[in-house]
Structure formats: structure tokens, C-alpha cells
Design a protein around this ligand. Structure first.
Ligand SMILES: [Fe+2]
Length: 277
């Protein structure tokens, strides 16, 4: 009996574990909500949706991203921030469909974005993909999303001004905080900075910001019980996932919506709503 259980039970358990990490968990979106106190004394908390790392590809269909966007809008955000990695490689996504679903977001809520290492630049060029992020940035802009590539913008939400800064990707050697922060006038409004890779925080250390939004790590993507994630593509793993304090400010690193290689384990895809006060 024990031998029969071993012979049939073990392969069945392995098959269902594979089915879960390959087909169920990567599509099992989790909506999270976190409170961020900046000390700026906002009259009403800003509802900032933070989404990232869509990785549109043969593994991540546009229909799944559309579902993620619909659920993002259902959280009633005042502002949407997208922190890069719109694609994985250079040719396995439908540009026209992508623009259409991005318009779903931008038509309803002010939406801002930065590029990630997969979106083009020196890192992607070495992998044989897009040599520059210009193509993806232009596609995203046609989706009505304001791309801040070492640039900044101001938005007025419920009578409160907010500065949104976006920097280029650190791995792509495109992070230029001097250029980005030079666009901000000196006032007391809160400053959000979008920075794909949390390791880029040190380059932004001397600039004034209250909350940094990052992606890139996918939260580890695969978390082995009692061990943790075998692969985390950052140097400073303290900021690999979640909301963490950095000096006297905050860094939020989302687990992201998509993934690479098609599996997730104990690390569900995430849509975050940050209540920033
Ligand atoms: Fe990514």
C-alpha cells in the first residue's frame, strides 16, 4: 500500500504543484493596501495605485493585463504610477492592443510611468533586445500615459498639489536624477519618485523625495518555504519587496503584475493601493 502511494501519489503531487506555480498563482492577483505617512500634512490621503512589471509576452497575455487594469481602476485611485518592464523581449507583444488597454487607465485617472531594464537600453541591448527604451516609451505615451524619463510633472488632486518624478533605469545606465529633480519647483508639496530598480535609490539619495516607487524584483517571484527567494536581482535585498523606511522616507517595491519564465510560488502578482498622507 505504502509503495503504491509512493508510486502514484508522488507524481500526482508533483504535477499539481507544477500546475499551481505555472498556471494558477501567476494569474492570482492580490490587491494590497498600505498607508504611507509622509509628514506633509495632506488634508486627505492621496490614493496612489502602484502597478509594475507587466512583462507582456507569450507568457503574459494582454487579456490578463486588461483584468489587472480593470481591478486597478476599481480601487478608485487618484493617481496611477507604473514602474517599468512593460515587456520582456522586443517582439512578442501586440503594440496596438497594448496601447488600447493603457488608454483604459489613462482615460480615467492621471497615469505616469517610467521604463524598466526590459523596455530597452544598454542592458536589453546586451540581451539582444531593444537597444533603446524609446520604442516602448512612445508606445506607452500613445496609450495616454505620461512617461517621465528623467523628468517631472505636477498634478492637482482634490486641491492638493503633488510632484511626480520619474527616473531612467539603473541597469540601463539611464538614471539621471539631477535632470529629473531640476524640474521641480521648491514648495511643500509631497514628492513621489518612480524608479524601476530599488538599487537606484542611492543615486537619488541627495534629492528631496517622500516616497519612492519601485518594481523590478517581482518580490523574488519564487519563494521557497523556510529559505526565501533563490534569485533576487538586487544588491540591497532589504528593499526587494514591500513598504520599507529609507532614512526618513519610504520606498515601496511591488511584486508586480507579470513575471518572467512563467512561474510564481508563494509570491502572488500584486496591485497596490497606497494611501499617502
Ligand atoms: Fe521585471
Amino acid at each position: 500500500m505504502n509503495r503504491r502511494v509512493f508510486l502514484f501519489g508522488l507524481p500526482a503531487a508533483a504535477l499539481s504543484a507544477f500546475g499551481y506555480v505555472r498556471f494558477l498563482e501567476p494569474r492570482w492577483l492580490e490587491e494590497t493596501q498600505k498607508t504611507v505617512a509622509t509628514g506633509r500634512g495632506l488634508r486627505r490621503p492621496l490614493r496612489v495605485a502602484h502597478i509594475s512589471d507587466f512583462h507582456a509576452s507569450a507568457l503574459i497575455p494582454i487579456s490578463f493585463l486588461e483584468e489587472a487594469f480593470r481591478r486597478t481602476l476599481a480601487m478608485h485611485p487618484d493617481l496611477i504610477c507604473i514602474t517599468g518592464d512593460f515587456v520582456t523581449t522586443d517582439n512578442d507583444f501586440d503594440t496596438a492592443k497594448y496601447e488600447t488597454i493603457l488608454q483604459m487607465l489613462s482615460a480615467k485617472v492621471p497615469t505616469f510611468a517610467v521604463a524598466g531594464n526590459h523596455d530597452g537600453g544598454s542592458w536589453a541591448r546586451r540581451a539582444g533586445w531593444l537597444p533603446t527604451s524609446r520604442f516602448i516609451r512612445e508606445m506607452v505615451a500613445r496609450g495616454g500615459v505620461r512617461v517621465l524619463h528623467n523628468d517631472a510633472a505636477q498634478v492637482e488632486i482634490n486641491g492638493q498639489r503633488v510632484h511626480v518624478v520619474g527616473v531612467g533605469d539603473w541597469w540601463s545606465d539611464e538614471l539621471n536624477p539631477g535632470q529629473a529633480f531640476a524640474q521641480i519647483p521648491k514648495d511643500s508639496a509631497p514628492i513621489l519618485v518612480m524608479n524601476h530598480n530599488p538599487d537606484g535609490k542611492e543615486d537619488c539619495r541627495l534629492y528631496p523625495w517622500d516616497l519612492m516607487l519601485c518594481g523590478h524584483t517581482h518580490g523574488g517571484q519564487v519563494i521557497v518555504p523556510f529559505y526565501g527567494p533563490p534569485i533576487v536581482p538586487v544588491i540591497d535585498t532589504r528593499y526587494a519587496v514591500g513598504l520599507n523606511q529609507y532614512q526618513n522616507r519610504w520606498i515601496h517595491t511591488t511584486r508586480g503584475v507579470g513575471n518572467i519564465v512563467g512561474v510564481r510560488a508563494n509570491c502572488r502578482p500584486e496591485i497596490s493601493l497606497l494611501l499617502v498622507s
